[in-house]
Design a protein around this ligand. Structure first.
Ligand SMILES: [Zn+2]
Length: 374
């Protein structure tokens, strides 16, 4: 670890702020009948003392997530974001657009072509570059931002959307940390990263997605917009982050306490449900559910199955446990007393999708409400 170099600024100074020990790869769902134990790998968040970027320390895993169903909340947020950026005049018809997508889906290209923007070929120059949860998947953050900066035409706009570290910390979302996600951005660290590539933050928009998502617009240093300075929202974000001490190890270190608190709360709640003879199923076989179940030591005796709408996950089990992933039909065939939802953004969607469950008396439970955290 002493030789570890920051993925953004190459500095060697920094520290581990969240240490999950050895965890199974959260994107490798074994077949249900594949015997464990599943291989485990170190999972740690490191905070750079120089540029303030929170990052995944090492990643010995190979990315392999079966692509899940896109949550409606993600699709709705994309529409909202595109409308807001367009209203700011940053998505002119005829502009050339490039997208750096996320392996988990959520492309904005259809929305942008519908507004008259023209997609360019891979590697070509573009007037608008969209990166929606894409860059966090790059192991070399300095190289990733340099590549985007090199493709951005003079006067162009780079739009970077990220799950905010300030929100992760504020809501105790320690299980945002996962293999394959190399960077956990604050507006502060991202602004430093942009500066290293000759780019400047000029505007920002906030969204409630994942408990706190930010879309940051950047332009070249020499651009008119750079000389006008950052927007009110950018200045607010930076001021709020400075106020809470977003680059201080003590702040991110609070996530470590949340691991224990949330694990205890989950296990305690499930144990009480079982003692009361109430049946419970999980919903959403997401990576954060994997981390939560593993750290809480919850297995199939407390949670007999996790429901997931993605056909790609049928016949598989939750990594590190014997808990099977089952289809929504099993939920509707025999509604349990409660369904524990691991992705709170999905709750409005599942209530709408399965009204018969609620009519049968099933309660949807937000995992984040169990410990008052997340
Ligand atoms: Zn750094």
């Amino acid at each position: 670890m002493d030789n570890y170099e920051c993925r953004a600024c190459r500095s060697r100074g920094g520290e581990v702020v969240l240490d999950m020990g050895e965890q199974p790869a959260c994107d490798y769902f074994p077949k249900y009948d594949e015997p464990g134990p599943d291989p485990v790998y170190p999972l740690q968040m490191w905070l750079c003392a120089s540029c303030g970027l929170a990052q995944l320390l090492t990643d010995p895993t190979v990315p392999a997530e079966p692509r899940g169903a896109e949550p409606a909340a993600l699709v709705e947020q994309a529409q909202d974001a595109v409308a807001r950026v367009a209203a700011a005049g940053l998505l002119p018809a005829g502009a050339r657009v490039a997208e750096y997508g996320s392996p988990h889906g959520g492309s904005w290209l259809d929305l942008l072509t519908a507004r008259g923007l023209a997609p360019v070929a891979d590697g070509d120059e573009a007037d608008v570059i969209i990166d929606c949860f894409g860059m966090m998947h790059a192991a070399d953050q300095a190289a990733a931002i340099a590549e985007r900066a090199a493709r951005l035409a003079p006067g162009g706009t780079l739009l970077l959307q990220f799950h905010s570290l300030a929100a992760i910390v504020r809501q105790g979302q320690w299980n945002a940390l996962r293999h394959g996600h190399y960077a956990y951005y604050s507006a502060t660290a991202l602004t430093a990263l942009l500066a290293g590539a000759g780019l400047r933050s000029c505007a920002a928009w906030r969204f409630s997605l994942y408990g706190g998502t930010v879309l940051l617009a950047a332009c070249h240093d020499g651009d008119d917009r750079a000389t006008r300075g950052p927007s009110e929202t950018v200045r607010e974000l930076l001021a709020e982050e400075a106020h809470v001490g977003i680059t201080s190890p003590a702040l991110a270190g609070g996530l470590q306490r949340e691991v224990t608190a949330q694990g205890d709360a989950l296990r305690g709640w499930l144990t009480a449900q079982r003692a009361a003879g109430r049946s419970v199923l999980g919903y959403a076989a997401a990576s954060r559910a994997v981390a939560l179940l593993c750290s809480a030591g919850v297995d199939a005796d407390l949670l007999p199955a996790v429901v997931d709408a993605s056909p790609a996950k049928r016949g598989l089990r939750m990594p590190g446990t014997a808990i099977p992933v089952v289809s929504p039909e099993e939920l509707t065939a025999a509604p349990p007393d409660a369904v524990l939802v691991f992705v709170p953004d999905l709750i409005p969607e599942v209530r709408k999708a399965y009204p018969e469950i609620e009519a049968a008396g099933t309660v949807w439970v937000d995992t984040s409400a169990l410990s008052g955290g997340f």
